[in-house]
Write a protein that binds this ligand. Structure first.
Ligand SMILES: Nc1ncnc2c1ncn2[C@@H]1O[C@H](COP(=O)(O)OP(=O)(O)OP(=O)(O)O)[C@@H](O)[C@H]1O
Length: 584
């Protein structure tokens, strides 16, 4: 019977189910658009973006749900199909494909996902690095299910001793709701996220537990989940309305002075679409908006970090707005480009297969695709014997054999495939344990060799930056020397921050930004030329955020040169619109 008027969506989907399934079977995905040459571009090695399509659940199948998402694990792509009613009331199909680093279909179990995506992160943290797994997706898409399985498998690996070496494991689990944070291992007590004077994020008031077996570790994770705030949403009756963060800190007992490994597992709050929140209370609407804003900032941070890693030496020029949300502030050492530690990140976008949820699925996959940043494949710079960053594996191995003392460290144990840059990125504990695979190499010997490699690297960077400064001076022809060793009073310029030697201003208020010389716009009064040179300066004052400062244009201070004590380095964060101290 030809259709004469519009059908209700559910009826329409059921009536044309077979047409839809046939169209899906006949669909051939087009080649991805804008595919850049693999030689010139690659997705970041340290940030892997994957997606998992969960199976249709029993109840969903009984209710006539239609699977409309097809995962192609080999090709790393997911096809998404939408059944639509044309203007003439006939059925049509809209299909599209998303391309990610890894894709897992409904038939693939969590073990495959663990081996592929999460196990390398667990090993990285065990070796002293920073690793993070994010699970993201619509409510009810399987985030908690996947995260629980990853934690279970990781707990067994971390506590069974198979990873080698002696470590103590500490766990802390907390949740973030808006700007508030709560300890999930300590009766849901409130905790504070603060940055200390070393720039490290501290969870003040959070309790860390030290499990001694996989069972204890899992029991703690389970206990924490019971405290997690849940409230019913339209899509999932026990939807998580908070970001839950499980932080596992791994202390290397053999080298306690080395930085601890950190493994974060972040079960992000379910994202909801406008249609799903229309019946919510104002509080719930605000909560949902906060969640969506924090997910958007997280996206900027993950993309920013991938771009920075891909840009290499230009990294100080990039801005990553990690201070803009509590979630990304907590994960500062994952995103802060000034942190010398290399971090590895995996994102798992979880989606439902149902036709009914296709819009949310497309949003999730679009978000995941945005996180996957193609970066230029680094070209190895011209070989320089004094710069490890320019060494390919062959040159690096030659150098190791000749320079690692007696007995010499086996280069095939220390750097079987790595280039100089890759070896420099290894966590120190991993470097030492690789050296110790050579018989007769002590930890002391390995440490000294690590320091030797790093000394050459740092010297080569200092030389390069001196050369660059020299070049920029020569090309700009400016008389102002750019080398930091020049006394700051000889290179004053508008925008420079200086600490003032005026005790009455107080510790926190004695920094100012130079605007211009005192008589930049008018002639000095007669006799004034003879006096000491002064500058108009704008003072900065502490803001409400910790360690943040405001710039006060009014009233300007007139500061004589003799009252300027030292240069201060500050950076402007456009997201919070505050200034922060930074290292020179
Ligand atoms: N891969 C899977 N295999 C079988 N069942 C799954 C799978 N993934 C999820 N499920 C089931 O789907 C339902 C929803 O999953 P889950 O609670 O993990 O969703 P969620 O994304 O964490 O939702 P929310 O954000 O609302 O907490 C659960 O009943 C879970 O057991």
């Amino acid at each position: 019977m030809p259709q004469r008027g519009p059908l209700k969506l559910e009826e329409f989907q059921q009536q044309y189910k077979q047409f839809f399934l046939n169209s899906i079977a006949a669909f051939k995905a087009p080649a991805p658009k804008n595919l850049k040459s693999a030689k010139e571009h690659h997705s970041s090695e340290d940030i892997r973006i994957g997606a998992r399509v969960r199976p249709l659940l029993e109840g969903e199948e009984e209710n006539g749900a239609i699977a409309s998402v097809v995962a192609h694990s080999d090709a790393g792509s997911i096809d998404v199909h939408e059944l639509r009613q044309k203007v003439n009331f006939k059925p049509g199909i809209n299909s599209g494909s998303f391309h990610l680093d890894k894709v897992y279909g409904p038939a693939e179990d969590s073990e495959v996902l663990y081996q592929d995506l999460f196990k390398p992160l667990v090993k990285w943290a065990w070796d002293g690095g920073v690793s993070t797994l994010f699970a993201y997706g619509q409510t009810g898409s399987g985030k908690t299910y996947s995260v629980n399985d990853m934690e279970r498998l990781a707990a067994t690996e971390l506590m069974s001793g198979v990873l080698g070496g002696k470590r103590d494991v500490y766990i802390c689990v907390f949740e973030l709701i808006g700007n508030a944070s709560y300890d999930l291992l300590n009766d849901h007590r409130s905790i504070s996220v603060l940055e200390d004077s070393f720039g490290e994020t501290q969870l003040v008031g959070a309790v860390e537990q030290q499990p001694t077996s996989a069972e204890e570790l899992l029991a703690l994770i389970e206990k924490s989940m019971a405290f997690r705030k849940t409230a019913p949403t339209v899509k999932n009756d026990t939807s998580s309305r908070s970001h839950a963060i499980c932080r596992i800190r791994i202390v290397n007992k053999e080298f306690p002075d080395l930085p601890d490994g950190v493994l974060y597992v972040v079960d992000l709050a379910g994202s909801e679409m406008a249609g799903d929140i229309k019946d919510h209370s104002n509080d719930r609407m605000k909560e949902t908006r906060d969640i969506n804003v924090s997910l958007s900032i997280l996206k900027d941070c993950i993309r920013g970090r991938a771009l920075v890693d891909g840009m290499g030496s230009k990294k100080n020029k990039a801005h990553i707005p990690f201070r803009s949300s509590v979630l990304t502030k907590v994960l500062k050492n994952v995103f802060d480009v000034k942190s010398e530690r290399t971090s590895k990140t995996a994102v798992l976008a979880c989606v439902k297969p149902n036709l009914r949820d296709i819009s949310a699925t497309k949003n999730t996959l679009r978000y995941a695709e945005l996180l996957r940043v193609d970066v230029p494949t680094p070209k190895l710079a011209t070989f320089d014997g004094n710069s490890p960053r320019t060494w390919n594996n062959e040159k690096l191995r030659e150098w190791i054999e000749k320079n690692s003392g007696s007995p010499s460290i086996s280069s095939s144990d220390l750097a079987p495939i790595e280039t100089g840059t890759q070896l420099l990125r290894l966590p120190k504990a991993e470097f030492i344990s690789r050296c110790q695979k050579t018989p007769g190499i002590t930890a002391e010997h390995a440490r000294t060799f690590y320091d030797k490699l790093w000394k050459i690297h740092i010297d080569s960077r200092a030389t390069a930056s001196r050369n660059t400064d020299g070049e920029s001076q020569a090309t700009s022809g400016t008389a102002t020397p750019a080398i930091p060793t020049t006394p700051f009073k000889e290179r004053l310029r508008p925008g420079m921050f200086v600490r003032l030697d005026w005790s009455h201003l107080g510790e926190e208020h004695n920094i100012a930004m130079i605007m211009c010389p005192e008589f930049a716009f008018e002639n000095p009064p007669a006799g004034q030329e003879e006096k000491e040179k002064s500058y108009l300066c704008a003072r900065i004052s502490p803001a409400i955020l910790h360690d943040a400062y405001n710039l006060n244009i009014e009233p300007l201070l007139t500061v004589p040169l003799s009252r300027m004590a030292s240069e201060v380095f500050m950076e402007f964060d456009s997201a919070t619109r505050y200034y922060y101290h930074m290292l020179p």
